[in-house]
Design a binder for this molecule. Sequence first.
Ligand code: ADP
Length: 191
Amino acid sequence: MFNLILFGPPGSGKGTQSEKLIAKYGLKHLSTGDLLRSEIANQTPLGLEAKTLMDKGQLVPDAVVIGMIDAAMTNNPQARGFLFDGFPRTKAQSEALDELLHKKNASINVLLALDVTEEELIKRLLNRGLTSGRSDDTKEDVIRARLGEYRNKTANVADYYNKSGKTVMIKGEGSVDEIFDSLSAEIDKRM
Ligand code: ADP
């Protein structure tokens, strides 16, 4: 298996690049944000609980997202690898993911971290809010809360994987194709 974490703050381009990467490398895309929004659309109890937190820009509890990822991996036993997008977002989630992969005799091969300035992120998110229909993209205070959660709880996930030499920083500004080429080059070195 080849397992990749596409990492970076909200608005860094994970969703856009994920779509292109799964098409090129045949990985199964697991986005906790997408999984949560689908729970909300289906009005499940989990979705209703998550929505309150997401609308405030806060992380949903570790146990909730870990459970969703566990189920999604179990439902895709044939996958030749996973692209994790928006997960793991805390050290506890990272440890849980390593454990889930370990049970499959697999591990994370690389964490690719998209580097984008905060000013650019806010611009991109407000712009996305005009068309995405995502309520968490329209209010600047919610966007700032999400960036705060990223700094306080998520940024250290890159350090966690750097201990085993798996973290690679990628310039996240430039054209979509330039960034895609940088990401692809790092994957090609390791696949
Ligand atoms: P973005 O990275 O652009 O903020 P996502 O779609 O990845 O968007 O996530 C949207 C929201 O869903 C987050 O602000 C958070 O509330 C929740 N969420 C997504 N993934 C996780 C996760 N792994 N752990 C906790 N909360 C999460």
